[in-house]
Design a protein around this ligand. Structure first.
Ligand SMILES: Cc1cc2nc3c(=O)[nH]c(=O)nc-3n(C[C@H](O)[C@H](O)[C@H](O)COP(=O)(O)OP(=O)(O)OC[C@H]3O[C@@H](n4cnc5c(N)ncnc54)[C@H](O)[C@@H]3O)c2cc1C
Length: 392
């Protein structure tokens, strides 16, 4: 479709003009990040798939996913900020009341507010049903206490979607989602984590000490927070997969370019068959990962039951591809791949993150397997029912 193509081309032009010239300073120092985010908001990049009634463009998820892929090719930091922001947008889009959507989505989409999504806790990562943050209703407000860990956009964001237990005895069914504002009394941030990559991107703990949250900031009904978080992450993983593919594409392009320039034994190293085999391997994996990510987005657009399965497969395969492709890119650069003058060194470190965030790849494999096994169990039950019916 013409508008979709136009939007993807606009993303490339934007990145070439506003990100590429300052790439290293953006990654190391966060240079111009606020200006870049405001500009992206003004151009509509934050509301690509948000319904038009809330100020979005209402385009298919596939368009947003293609744009994420392009952005991460230019900047992992910007892609990371937008990824976390997107999780807050999606949570409110999925579970918010009309008033909440009107109040928060328009700000998110314009980029005048940045969002964050806070599920993980120091003792609850892969098993979010074990979170300890609690919100107790007292008259017309909830009083929230607890600690969140690793939260992306801490400090930069002014709106946080926070998961907390409203009924401690009900496990995942006792979790509710809340909108917490940066200015809420009792809400504070811990030390920024020192990470192996994306050093400017803020990841820190959140402390909630008797934070008073008006009832009107409960997202959805009490006890539906876990489902909201899982639905949000299902879409988030498609975007994460897209970002991983973008990173892999960048590493691939850098490596191919370098292999044509680097002379050994009187010829470009691209003449060597082992280097050619790496190039073939990298491109094949990138295209397979991209197809999987786009298929997941398409299934989500069609509201298919297969979307959960494909979202996990896309995130798992694309993140492994990013690690493998960036590793081979470093290998093609030889010793120069190991020094900071060349971008592939940074891409290799960044790629690892995608295997961990939004549910580790081990958790994705559990989701994939349980979906497939449930499907085959349903098939067996259907078969059994048909047989018994025909024997009557
Ligand atoms: C850069 C970064 C950004 C992040 N941003 C956010 C954010 O914005 N919001 C947020 O809420 N969280 C965020 N996180 C947290 C992230 O989602 C968690 O780190 C992740 O879910 C894993 O949890 P954990 O670190 O506690 O590891 P653990 O759950 O302790 O897992 C440790 C290891 O055990 C494995 N494991 C755990 N359970 C099982 C199981 N049942 N079967 C098999 N293997 C298992 C894991 O796969 C992993 O290999 C971020 C993390 C990072 C690194």
């Amino acid at each position: 479709m013409e508008i979709e193509k136009e939007f993807v081309n606009a993303a490339v032009s934007f990145c070439e003009k506003f990100i590429k010239p300052y790439e290293r300073k953006i990654e190391d120092e966060g240079l111009y990040i606020n200006d870049i985010l405001s500009e992206m908001g003004a151009l509509g990049f934050f509301g690509i798939s948000t319904p038009k009634e809330f100020g979005g463009l209402g385009l298919p998820l596939e368009v947003g996913v293609n744009v994420s892929l392009i952005i991460s090719k230019y900047s992992g930091t910007i892609a990371g900020i937008i990824g976390a922001h997107q999780l807050a947008v999606l949570s409110i889009q999925i579970a918010g009341s009309k008033e909440q959507k009107e109040k928060y989505l328009s700000r998110f989409i314009k980029g005048t507010s940045i969002g964050a999504f806070a599920l993980t806790e120091p003792e609850a990562g892969s098993d979010p049903s074990a979170i300890k943050t609690e919100a107790v209703l007292s008259n017309d407000a909830y009083i929230m206490n607890g600690t969140k860990a690793f939260i992306t956009n801490t400090g930069l964001a002014d709106i946080y979607v926070v998961m907390a237990k409203t009924d401690k005895g009900r496990g995942a069914r006792g979790i509710s989602a809340f909108i917490v504002e940066k200015s809420d009394v009792g809400f504070s941030f811990g030390r920024k984590e020192h990470k192996m990559a994306l050093t400017y991107l803020s990841n820190a703990s959140l402390s909630l000490n008797d934070v008073k949250i008006p009832k009107g900031r409960l997202l959805g009904r009490e006890g539906t927070g876990f489902v909201t978080a899982m639905k949000t992450l299902e879409i988030g993983r498609i975007f994460t997969g897209a970002s991983a593919v973008g990173l892999a594409e960048r590493a691939f392009e850098e490596a191919v370019e370098y292999s044509k320039r680097r002379i050994q034994k009187g010829q470009p190293i691209s003449n060597f068959q082992i280097i050619q085999s790496y190039i073939a391997e990298m491109k094949t994996k990138i295209e397979a990962a991209k197809l999987l990510v786009l298929q997941a987005a398409k299934l989500k657009d069609e509201e298919s039951k297969e979307a959960t399965l494909f979202s996990s497969m896309a995130k798992y395969y694309a993140s492994e591809t990013a690690v493998e492709v960036s590793r081979l890119a470093v290998q093609i650069f030889g010793g120069y791949g190991w020094v900071k003058d060349y971008v592939v060194e940074r891409l290799y470190r960044e790629a690892k993150m995608y295997e961990i965030i939004e549910g580790t790849n081990e958790i994705q494999k559990l989701i994939i397997a349980s979906n497939l096994l449930r499907k085959s169990a349903n098939k067996l039950a259907e078969e059994d029912y048909r047989l018994r019916k025909s024997n009557k």
